[in-house]
Design a protein around this ligand. Structure first.
Ligand code: HEM
Length: 435
């Protein structure tokens, strides 16, 4: 190898050091300022909440066109997040689980996908697609995932002879995008469009990547229109893809409506894209900051991969929270909550809970057991794509390890201003050019 490493990576960190202390009085999850903070301050705030006020009522952020509605009870301890996830009869996903704001009428039509429903209808919808995500089927597509990852890393290296690139644009965003588009039967030439749509949708709140609420609504309409046209095409010419499964499925003896197909399409394309992308990006940051953990993994890639991938998801917590809606009055941890109130499940916080994880501030690629709630706390809505995500993360790092093992982040990650997605917008990296 010829060394052309221009810049050293971002500063390494002392592993296991807790974040700075943030006083309770300074914490308001309902402000954009809070979500503009860096990861250390966010982590410090949630550590304070877990310790001093594990269930706290917060107001919801108001955006033009997107009414806040009532506030929510924030569950920040692992056990509470886990409990709520597994009791959907009390913690319901109706009317929505993905937004703390009240759902505006113009988006209501498209929020009927299964993530915002309870059983039995939720289960019936999930059954239409879940065969495509079983470990067996995911293992079958491993070859194609690997080919794509190989090409992505090869292209990044070939296109940047100076050995510097934006890891998000050139690597972490591409693999999940290509894989989910392939599974859904979206032609390659439309991938950039899907990328743009899901970025605007889940980047809402960050002016750099998303826009006003009206722009988000326009994007929802564009995806819906696209989904319906693709579905019509598949009705006429069935393929071996998820869109074909959606048009042929019957639920309760009836075919899905166009609106139902559209909302399913939005869920799969957004969930398949925005989450794994950020897990891979945060994994890159962590392996730069904790080089001895990288060393441990690289020296026995296959032996360590399973635990390393789980630890990346715990560490990244790409989905920060989900919402539930109380179906009855309850008492939890001495707090009384009323039927109809909103409850939020903070996965990022559960994943750092000192009561559950030995040394939670340690990025430990061999952590075991690792019962993290990155994919949800179990129960009916547990991430459908978890097997696929694990495979994509593993294969991506396998290729990086094989082709450019010393790749490092050279600037602090640009963190998305979002309460929902723990996103990285840009991540400049460098590597030694292979001989
Ligand atoms: C590291 C990557 C990923 C993370 C961290 C993640 C996280 C999550 C979380 C937290 C939930 C909600 C769980 C709950 O409410 O109990 C969820 C649900 C879901 N995820 Fe993922 N996800 C990832 C990748 C994927 C991929 C690749 C897909 C592929 C399409 C996917 C599809 C879904 C779907 C469809 C649901 C809704 C399931 C339901 O309502 O039954 N996810 N995911």
């Amino acid at each position: 190898m010829t060394s052309t490493l221009h810049r050293a990576g971002i500063a390494r960190r002392e592993n296991g050091v807790p974040p700075p202390d943030v006083p309770l009085a300074d914490i308001d999850l309902g402000t954009l300022e809070f979500w503009a903070r860096d990861d250390d301050l966010r982590d410090g705030a949630f550590a304070t909440l877990r310790r001093e006020s594990p269930i706290t009522f917060f107001e919801v952020m108001e955006f033009p066109g997107f009414p806040a509605g009532g506030g929510h009870w924030a569950l920040t301890r692992f056990d509470d997040v886990h409990h709520a996830s597994r009791h959907p009869e009390i913690f319901s996903s109706i009317p929505t689980s993905t937004s703390l704001n009240d759902v505006a009428p113009e988006v209501a039509e498209f929020t009927g996908s299964m993530i915002n429903l309870d059983d039995p209808r939720h289960l019936r919808l999930r059954t239409i697609v879940n065969r495509a995500f079983t470990p067996k089927v995911v293992a079958r597509i491993e070859g194609s995932v690997r080919d794509r990852a190989r090409t992505i890393v090869t292209n990044m290296v070939a296109n940047h002879r100076d050995a510097e690139a934006d890891f998000v644009a050139e690597a972490s965003s591409l693999l999940p995008l290509q894989v989910i588009c392939d599974m859904m039967g979206i032609p390659e030439e439309d991938e950039a469009k899907v990328f743009h749509w899901t970025t605007v949708l889940l980047g809402f709140g960050d002016d750099e990547v998303s826009g006003e609420f009206a722009e988000v609504i326009a994007v929802v309409a564009e995806i819906a229109d696209y989904a319906i046209r693709l579905a019509e095409e598949r009705r006429a010419n069935p393929g071996d893809d998820l869109t074909t499964s959606l048009v042929h499925a019957e639920v309760d003896g009836e075919r899905l409506t166009s609106a139902e197909i559209a909302s399913f399409f939005i869920l799969l394309s957004a969930a398949g894209n925005e989450t794994t992308r950020n897990a891979i990006s945060h994994g890159m940051v962590a392996l730069t900051r904790y080089p001895e953990e990288r060393e441990k993994w690289w020296s026995d890639f296959d032996g360590v991969a399973n635990t390393a991938v789980e630890e990346i998801v715990r560490w990244a917590s790409p989905v920060i929270f989900m919402r539930r809606n109380l179906t009855q009055d309850i008492e939890m941890g001495g707090i009384e909550m009323k039927a109809g109130e909103k409850v939020s499940l903070w996965y990022n916080s559960g994943n750092r809970d000192e009561a559950k994880f030995a040394n939670p501030w340690f990025f430990d690629v061999t952590r075991e057991p690792n019962p993290h709630v990155g994919y949800g706390g179990g129960g009916a809505h547990f991430c459908l794509g978890a097997n696929l995500a694990r495979r994509e993360i593993r294969v991506m790092f396998e290729e990086l390890h094989r082709q450019i093992p010393d790749i490092v982040a050279v600037e602090e990650p640009a963190i998305l201003r979002s309460a929902f997605i723990h996103g990285i917008k840009r991540l400049p990296v460098t590597w030694t050019v292979p001989a």
